[in-house]
Write a protein that binds this ligand. Sequence first.
Ligand code: NAP
Length: 338
Amino acid sequence: MPDIKENVPLAPYTTFKIGGPAEYFAVAESEEGLAALAGYARQRRQPITILGGGSNVLISDAGIKGLVIKIDIRGLEHQEEGREVRLSVGAGESWDDLVAYSVERGWWGIENLSAIPGTVGAAPIQNIGAYGTDVSSAIQSVRAYDLDAERFVELSVADCAFSYRDSIFKTEAGRRLVVTRVEYRLGLEATPVLRYQDLADRFAGDLAPTAAAIRAAVIDIRAGKFPDLARYGTAGSFFKNPIIPKEAYDALKARYPELPGFPEVDGRVKVSLGWILDKVCGLKGARQGQVGTFERQSLVMVNHGGATATEVKAFARRVEEEVFQRSGISIEWEVNAL
Ligand code: NAP
């Protein structure tokens, strides 16, 4: 049974560098350890909160009651099957280490998801995505511990109910599932996805870039737009890019002819919230106390040093209201509040 510590400050376990203490805190390095910790908390009627890399959470200033379990289950196995590689990866592995490992071996499918902070286990929860790829397209299945049923379960891609930055794991019904391993299917044949302008510009004329070249380009593009975690506290994009009805998009486009919009398969339109924050709301680089939008990418909220969760929530409310008043769009947090 892993060690359980009391009253452990959680801010250092998050990239936002915000949040009070865990009443109890333990690290699960194996599935058995996780099951033992869950059983221990259940017997004592303590609520359980799961933490991965802490890169997409906002922990309240009061901290978290009950037991916080940080998932640190490691391990990576792979085998080639025909034109594919199957990988089985522990939830506690670093996501970007997995991308680097795969790209070095010339495997295709996740190179566009380079330089995203966080763990392998967190990636399916919000179905991380970037530059036209999302992680669900490389997932074969997800193994999880069901805290209610007290057993391990295997979820197919369909069971995971993936959609834009969303999955079953974010729903009320899915919160009892703790991801412990993820099975991936990567390709051995080149399948570059270069349709996003940023990447298309880099590879103009290069018809056969390697996965490693795409990874290098993504790392470079992101370094120019997203804050350096060593300098700023941040949880990355704070809000989701909204997907709105076509009529609402057309009405906005009539007012803001340059508004970027991308049609979804269901006929709705995804709009760039960063553009709305900059051009419609004038919030690029806005600041309120120690919290603000990042000057080079306003979808990203930053902690300029010593910000509290209360300050972040107040600033987020201001942004939500401003966007609603000026565009009629209700925006949603991408970051999980704990
Ligand atoms: P961007 O590339 O300027 O894109 C802004 C918005 O336009 C996003 O909604 C993006 O959709 C959409 N978009 C742009 N080109 C598109 C195309 N060719 N087809 C369809 N939709 C298009 O965004 P950015 O802020 O610089 O971020 C770069 C990438 O990293 C984006 O894909 C963004 O979503 C991703 N990102 C992901 C996370 C996360 O998973 N938590 C956090 C930060 C950034 P998509 O959002 O569908 O890409």
